[in-house]
Write a protein that binds this ligand. Structure first.
Ligand code: PRX
Length: 657
């Protein structure tokens, strides 16, 4: 059932949260929201006081969407690592900054702010010793171990720019990302460990580095102790390098608009884009949203179960929580290891107050039954968030009723890699919750709905494309090395606005219901993948002439990947060898991108539905993948309309016979 068909059930604000939350009730939200839009610069200047600045700005903002120019806190100087660590030392030096929960549940480490400071300083000095300077790019390909936090904060400390690559990406994907940002130094581990299984990260990195002349140094963290090949003159052990360094390192004063990090994300065309975030606006926004959206209170134990390889981990495991002096959990394992009770075991053992995960994990755990949840004490929980894709009301209900025992606030947070932080979300104690709706805009955020012809929809109730009417401090500033791509992707489809790529509906209460991507981007388990990227990989298989990828329903992942493939004429005899084709395609995609992009289904066909100008009509393929054979709409513009009947016949035979 889609969110539209579902009767909108409303869960009123939990009274126990209303009196104690940071914002108390809807009218307080509304007053603050109106103020945030009425005099935006004054509002943000006030909010930015939560950050330590070495020197002040001379202008709060200079933003012009028509030129795709965005700058905040102009001329100000700060250091993000100082804000996340040093400033807490005077009263929180012995407080735990990071609880590291290793793959093995028996292995937990508490890292205080004092230790974090020392480790980050040593790492910063090690980077400097290997030639990393202000503005240089450092690529981090690490699993969820403390060194990942150390190295990213070390970059921030010396004004270097990190580019973290999710440790599930392949050698080829890693190579592309290293080359695009011309990283000088790469940091990896001997192996990663997830769910009891080792992943040979060093070996993958070695493969990637065969084609990356820009990299002069590879630092290797010892995680499992597995034997790895160290390349003389290039590779160094991380522990040996940091041991040589002093535990202090001055925090460099960087400009508010100096880059903090690049994070690659998929778009509808071409290779992944290097989304660039800068320092002052990003940390202000990450810190502000982390406090207000999760109703974070000093002393809370905060657990975001994302991976730091994605934006959620950047903003809400590291930067937002640490800027707020929180205790944040870094989780190395998977929700199913050693069994489906792992998250709740962590909640009980560490007395977690705030928990943040993705709908795909909620669905996977709900499918395992309630016993795994009920076995553990979850009475410490107060706020539970979700992010990454629309949450179906059934999963929302299970999360709220079973995990949260019906007494916790659930915040369905809508945002993107490019937005830097949460944009549309309920707030605990503020507004009623509607399962499936991200509800209301955050302070300073002006969502705008336009129709296909870019007309702004002024009525409260509206449906269309989701845009933003004004800039906010946390937004991305450019696509690294390709500002034109930034202009075209976000500011051209709807002139004068930031275009999100999402469709949405606004209900009579002004609540937003995100309906999903309107471009050729798939959201698989909350991970963004471009259909073009997957197709390019499939087409690289020797056997395959061409392919078209669309999304399809998947109970756990939300969206699954459905590939329609056409075999080369020379290999047409393989058409009956489905298993071999399926295996080849999945292996190719795993090698080019990573396991997350492997197709769930393939259909071998003799042709694709193309218009006379050669454009694939994906609408038809999406319908077929959904088992909707009847209403194909107008197919008269197809070069060969008979293809449709053949595809339907093939699909019916394979999936519905
Ligand atoms: O389609 C929206 C979906 O995820 C996209 C952004 O993906 P990414 O940049 O990888 O960032 C994910 C984590 C912030 C959006 O364009 N999305 C994200 N959160 C939600 C969502 N869709 C519906 N509801 C959400 N809460």
């Amino acid at each position: 059932m889609s969110v539209h068909e579902h009767p909108a059930k409303v869960y009123p604000v939990h009274p126990q949260l209303k009196d104690s939350a940071v914002v108390k009730g809807l009218s307080e939200y509304q007053a603050m929201y109106e103020k945030s839009l009425a005099d935006s610069d004054a509002f943000w200047a006030d909010i930015a006081q939560r950050i330590d600045w070495f020197s002040p700005w001379h202008q709060v903002s200079q933003c012009d969407f028509s030129k795709a120019q965005v700058a905040w806190f102009l001329g100000a100087k700060l250091n993000v690592a100082h804000n996340c660590i040093d400033r807490h030392l005077k009263d929180k030096a012995d407080q735990t900054a990071i609880i590291w929960e290793a793959d093995d549940p028996a292995d937990t480490r508490h890292i205080s702010y004092r230790e974090l400071h020392e480790e980050v300083c040593r790492a910063a000095n090690a980077l400097k010793a290997h030639g990393v300077q202000h503005g240089d790019r450092v690529c981090i390909y690490l699993p969820m171990i403390p060194e990942l936090a150390y190295v990213m904060l070390a970059c921030a400390r010396i004004g270097a720019v990190h580019s973290i690559v999710f440790a599930g990406f392949s050698a080829d994907a890693l190579k592309d990302r290293i080359l695009d940002c011309e990283a000088k130094v790469v940091v990896t581990a001997d192996e990663g460990l997830r769910g009891g299984k080792a992943i040979g990260l060093k070996a993958i990195t070695d493969q990637a580095l065969e084609q990356t002349p820009c990299v002069s140094r590879l630092l290797v963290v010892r995680r499992t102790g597995a034997e790895v090949n160290m390349v003389a003159g290039r590779d160094c052990w991380y522990h040996e390098e940091v041991a040589k360094q002093r535990p202090t390192c001055p925090a460099a004063w960087v400009d508010a608009e100096d880059p903090l990090f690049i994070l690659y994300t998929s778009g509808s065309t071409g290779k992944p884009k290097g989304v660039l975030h800068t320092s002052g606006g990003y940390i202000t926004y990450a810190s502000f949203t982390h406090q207000y959206v999760f109703d974070y209170r000093p002393g809370d134990i905060y657990f975001c179960a994302a991976d730091i390889g994605w934006i959620t981990g950047h903003s809400y495991i590291i930067y937002g929580p640490l800027a707020n002096g929180a205790t944040t959990i870094m989780f190395e394992s998977t929700p199913l290891y050693p069994d489906a009770g792992r998250y709740w075991d962590v909640v009980e053992r560490h007395k977690v107050n705030i928990f943040y995960t993705a709908p795909t994990a909620i669905r996977a755990l709900a499918a395992e039954g309630d016993a795994f949840v009920k076995k553990y004490d979850r009475s410490s929980l107060r706020v539970m968030g979700t992010v990454g894709e629309p949450i179906n009301p059934e999963a929302w209900g299970w999360y709220h009723d079973v995990v949260g025992d019906g007494r916790c606030a659930v915040v369905d947070t809508w945002w993107q890699t490019e937005t830097g932080g949460i944009m549309i979300t309920p707030q605990p104690g503020v507004n009623d919750m509607k399962p499936g709706s991200a509800t209301l805009p955050f302070y300073g955020i002006e969502p705008v709905i336009v129709d296909e012809a870019c007309n702004r929809q002024e009525d409260v109730e509206a449906t269309g494309l989701l845009c933003m009417g004004r800039a906010w401090p946390g937004m991305a500033r450019t696509v690294y090395g390709d500002h034109q791509r930034y202009v075209e992707t976000y500011f051209s489809r709807v002139p004068g606005y930031y275009f999100t790529g999402d469709g949405c509906r606004r209900d009579k209460d002004g609540c937003y219901w995100i309906t999903g991507r309107v471009d050729d981007v798939l959201n698989v388990s909350g991970h963004r993948l471009g259909t073009a990227e997957i197709e390019a990989s499939i087409n690289a298989c020797d056997w395959i002439a061409e392919s078209a990828v669309v999304g399809c329903h998947h109970d756990i992942k939300g969206t699954g990947i459905f590939a329609f493939v056409v075999l080369n004429r020379d290999n047409a005899d393989h058409k009956d060898d489905f298993d071999a084709v399926f295996k080849t395609v999945r292996e190719q995609v795993t090698a080019d991108i990573g396991k997350i992009a492997r197709p769930d289904h393939i259909l071998i066909s003799t042709g694709l539905p193309k218009t006379r100008s050669g454009k694939i009509m994906r609408r038809i393929l999406r319908n077929i993948a959904k088992n909707e054979y009847e209403d194909m709409g107008n197919i008269s513009t197809l070069a060969d309309p008979s293809v449709v009947a053949l595809l339907i016949e093939g699909h019916r035979k394979q999936f519905n016979s």
